[in-house]
Design a protein around this ligand. Structure first.
Ligand SMILES: Cc1ncc(COP(=O)(O)O)c(C=O)c1O
Length: 385
């Protein structure tokens, strides 16, 4: 048996992307939507691009290997991937979600699937296993996790949740967008499905929208493939190529993203102009010990609250130069967001409050620029009078 390759090597070689027809070390972008049969009754490997496409297949093989899964499926967006997981549920199912999580997932569940599929949703503090166990009902079919959560960066003990779910036959899906398989591989802890917004770190350059589901077993993968073919939200070949290209440098980028974020979080936490720094890599984070155990590094998202009387949220955001005020995260460039009016404006005010999304919360997506330049930018914006 050949030696297990290390993650940075896997990022470049996973899925064996050498083009079998030409030897090209990157797969071709296969644009054909349909494929000629060899003859009547004898189809070739691909029939129609909604079902399968060679470029998308290369991306899927690559990500399945990176996550240690059996099957990966690529979708037109992270939301399409989430939607596909919900397609596994029968009408009337009960779903458990964390207290804070991506607002788009919350909106899809509470404003769409509750109406169209009669799903009922319980929002639970998933860092408290007793609370989680108490929320499980006979009709609970899915526990949806994020760790770290968006935007409060709480860490959930994923293996412990899996243990609870397993004995009750409940599916566990984790949105692994913030961590990527570089920092944690939840399928190894028994999670059934790992979901990604590939728009973020996977693509890594803020130029491709995509989503991924990876399953631990083939049967579930086949089921999702059938559902995707039925509902149609597939990733196109150009975007599949861009995502594949981005993944080549995932390990390298994550190393710098995480080092920059840890350095900035430590520096900000000593600054008297800052009231609170939320980052799992800081010893005062409530789940710091768990983050240390569960992740190989702490990610590159930082939550921030300024001290009263300091610039104030609006002036601080406007004053930043390198950190662009923009939705999204996970690109090479640093971004800053205001969850209450941006990423989490999709949910009701009550839901946002329950998620801890207060108007003073600022979210940094730390890029891979030089840390001294990022510090200088934050410093000049904090100094504003
Ligand atoms: C954690 C998380 N999950 C899912 C999504 C949705 O992904 P997409 O925007 O690719 O549909 C996002 C988008 O911001 C996200 O941050």
């Amino acid at each position: 048996m050949s030696r297990q390759r290390k993650f940075p090597t896997q990022c470049i070689h996973a899925g064996e992307t050498v083009d079998p027809a030409t030897g090209g070390v990157m797969p071709a972008i296969h644009t054909s939507t349909t494929y000629e049969y060899e003859r009547f009754g004898v189809p070739r490997e691909h029939l129609y691009t909604r079902a399968s496409n060679p470029t998308r297949d290369a991306l899927e093989r690559c990500i399945a290997e990176l996550e240690g899964g059996e099957r990966a499926l690529a979708y037109a967006s992270g939301q399409a991937a989430t939607s596909a997981v919900l397609d596994l549920l029968d009408a009337g199912a009960h779903v458990i979600v964390p207290q804070d999580f991506y607002a788009g997932t919350c909106r899809l569940l509470t404003q769409v699937r509750s109406r169209t599929s009669g799903l009922s949703i319980s929002s639970v503090d998933c860092t408290d296993l007793d609370q989680l166990a108490a929320a499980i009902r006979p009709e609970t079919r899915l526990i949806w996790l994020e760790s770290p959560t968006n935007p409060r960066l709480r860490i959930i003990d994923v293996a412990a949740v899996v243990a609870l779910a397993r004995e009750r036959g409940i599916l566990v899906c984790i949105d692994n967008t913030f961590a990527t398989p570089c920092l944690q591989r939840p399928l190894e802890w028994g999670v059934d499905i790992v979901m990604h917004s590939a728009t973020k770190y996977m693509g890594g350059h803020s130029d491709v929208l995509g989503g991924i589901n990876v399953t631990r077993d083939q049967a579930l993968g086949r089921k999702l493939a059938g559902l995707r073919s039925a509902s149609g939200g597939v990733l196109g070949p150009f975007d599949a190529y861009l995502a594949l290209r981005g993944i080549k440098t995932l390990a390298l980028r994550m190393e710098r993203h995480c080092a920059n974020a840890l350095g900035l979080a430590q520096w900000l936490s000593t600054d008297s102009r800052v009231a609170e720094v939320i980052y799992p890599g800081l010893p005062d984070h409530p789940q710091h010990a768990l983050a240390r155990r569960q992740m190989s590094a702490f990610g590159a998202i930082i939550g921030l609250r300024l001290r009263a009387g300091e610039p104030g949220v609006g002036p601080f955001l406007d004053r930043l130069e390198l950190f662009a005020l923009a939705e999204s995260l996970g690109g090479v460039e640093s971004l800053v967001g205001h969850p209450a009016t941006m990423s989490h404006s999709a949910v009701t005010a009550e839901q946002a409050r329950a998620m801890g999304v207060t108007p003073d919360l600022i979210r940094l997506s730390v890029g891979i620029e030089d840390i001294d330049d990022l510090k200088a930018d934050l410093d000049q914006a904090l100094s504003w009078r």
